[in-house]
Design a binder for this molecule. Structure first.
Ligand SMILES: Cc1cc2nc3c(=O)[nH]c(=O)nc-3n(C[C@H](O)[C@H](O)[C@H](O)COP(=O)(O)OP(=O)(O)OC[C@H]3O[C@@H](n4cnc5c(N)ncnc54)[C@H](O)[C@@H]3O)c2cc1C
Ligand code: SF4
Length: 469
């Protein structure tokens, strides 16, 4: 059987054609059909020691869920995934599988790894289609509510996961979110063409059905203090992310037309500016757009700008494609859609017109030297190579750091040297007893699956301490 399985090529993901999708916000990857999923699952060797699992931050029993697909029992496959992953429809779409499970799959040594992420998405989507919601459809109904209460601050993947673990154990959970919609980056950051909002909303509806309440427009450190939550709740989880954007720190960055990717994407995703006039959120429309950075956020911003009608979109990066931190698939999709890459170039200053509106950026060419502490080759400026690039909308996607609002208002919360919340790694507990934290506010900007893993660990610890035995 192994030889036969190895000879089956990896099943491609069907996608909207590039020329069509660059004009809409519908999902790019269309998902496997049942036939495609069964074909792909049949490639798995069912290894005795499945290396794929060692690459998954939450150790999804990958071999076992694929075995259930091969048995044609998709609900059983779903329940296997849910033993460790509470948001599989999200992870199947946005996890960097090539660096995680698929990066370790034995088939990848000599050929193409099993498309684990695509199979996970297929199983989760099938479950959503065949049930009202993921949590309510569980065979075991949640336990009756106990008198113990948990507050979760923020509503991104870390808090949603912590809330789910606690609610399933019968604890009463109240989520407090600063924005007017729950979901964190899954709602305001990652665009609908990569992660449809209906997928996130289904997860949130599932939590509501399990008794979790969502209190929106509540800013921890302003409208509500950690001390108040400690008085009113038996445990508190902080999952407020790291949403404060970093800037280039070069002249002209305050010109009209220079945005952080965070603000640009929030206006378009959360404010649904793409759906004008149904949604009247102002969005700055550029003709010649430049995006600075080369991670997933930069790709999302560039592809969003194309869909908002830009004539040209250039991603400007000071290294080469090989060093780009974005997922390979996202870079390929961006290129297919028409995004151009200006590599080995770094911005020196933005230039404005008489009305302080951005009209160009001055770039300097770079060459790569020896590797720096990050292991990537260091970019070195080439003297005298400066040149101007016309642009009327610049989007800065250099990363984010912790937002000080909550941290400054909670001085007894110990921080680490990088300014993030210091926690006990095994439990997620902070320097304040029974106050836990996880996700980007602990690690710095990272990934959905790592945030979920932290939320799960903290949720389990909370249940262990105050849940029923
Ligand atoms: C554009 C973009 C694309 C990305 N793409 C990917 C990807 O493809 N794959 C991947 O794995 N990861 C991706 N990431 C990273 C990933 O989304 C994050 O690592 C993850 O969402 C972190 O989860 P979290 O729960 O820590 O916080 P977040 O998702 O940031 O959620 C935090 C929530 O807390 C709220 N909040 C903040 N301050 C307060 C306060 N004081 N009081 C109350 N609420 C507050 C915020 O409004 C937000 O809703 C991307 C990030 C961005 C920005
Ligand atoms: S390593 Fe690859 S082939 Fe082996 S069990 Fe995991 S997915 Fe299947």
């Amino acid at each position: 059987m192994p030889a036969k399985t190895n000879s089956i090529p990896r099943t491609n993901m069907p996608c909207q054609p590039a020329q069509v999708r660059r004009n809409n916000f519908d999902e790019v990857a269309l998902g496997y059909t049942q036939e495609m999923a069964f074909n792909e699952a049949s490639r798995c060797l069912q290894c005795k020691k499945p290396l794929c699992v060692t690459g998954c931050p939450v150790e999804v029993p990958i071999r076992d869920f694929i075995a259930q697909i091969n048995q044609r029992d998709l609900e059983a496959a779903y329940q296997v995934i849910k033993t460790t992953n509470s948001l599989p429809a999200v992870c199947g779409r946005v996890c960097p599988q090539e660096h995680q499970c698929e990066g370790r799959c034995i088939l990848g040594k000599k050929g193409e790894p099993v498309a684990i992420g695509r199979l996970e998405r297929f199983v989760a989507d099938t479950h959503i289609l065949t049930s009202q919601s993921q949590l309510t459809a569980k065979k075991e109904p949640p336990l009756p509510l106990s008198a113990k209460k948990v507050a979760c601050l923020g509503s991104g993947p870390s808090s949603l996961t912590c809330a789910g673990v606690c609610a399933q154990a019968g604890l009463k959970v109240d989520v407090f979110e600063a924005l007017h919609e729950a979901g964190g980056v899954l709602i305001y950051g990652i665009p609908a063409f990569r992660l449809p909002k209906s997928v996130v909303k289904t997860e949130i509806e599932g939590l509501k059905a399990a008794g979790v309440t969502f209190n929106l427009n509540n800013v921890g450190g302003r409208t509500i203090e950690i001390d108040e939550l400690i008085q009113a709740y038996d445990a508190v989880f902080i999952g407020v992310g790291a949403g404060l954007p970093l800037f280039l720190g070069i002249p002209g960055e305050n010109l009209v037309g220079v945005f952080s990717a965070n603000e640009y994407l929030t206006r378009i995703n959360l404010g649904q500016a793409y759906d004008f006039p149904k949604h009247d959120t102002p969005a700055y429309l550029g003709r010649q757009v430049t995006v600075f950075g080369a991670g997933n956020v930069a790709m999302d911003a560039a592809r969003t700008a194309l869909r908002m009608g830009a004539e040209s979109v250039q991603v400007v990066y000071r290294r080469t494609k090989a060093e780009m931190p974005a997922r390979r698939e996202e870079v390929e999709h961006a290129e297919e859609e028409g995004v151009k890459f200006t590599l080995l170039s770094a911005p020196l200053h933005f230039n404005g017109d008489a009305n302080q509106k951005l009209c160009s950026v001055t770039l300097q060419k770079m060459e790569l030297g020896e590797p720096d502490p990050s292991g990537r080759r260091r970019p070195i400026p080439i003297p005298g190579s400066e040149y101007d690039l016309e642009t009327d909308l610049a989007i800065v996607a250099l990363g984010t750091r912790s937002n000080p609002i909550l941290l400054e208002a909670t001085p007894n919360l110990r921080l680490n040297a990088r300014g993030y919340i210091d926690v006990n790694e095994a439990t997620g507990e902070t320097s304040i007893p029974m106050v836990f934290a996880g996700g980007d506010i602990v690690t710095g900007a990272a990934t959905v699956i790592l945030a979920m893993g932290a939320g799960r660990r903290a949720g389990q610890e909370i249940v262990r301490r105050i849940g029923r035995t």
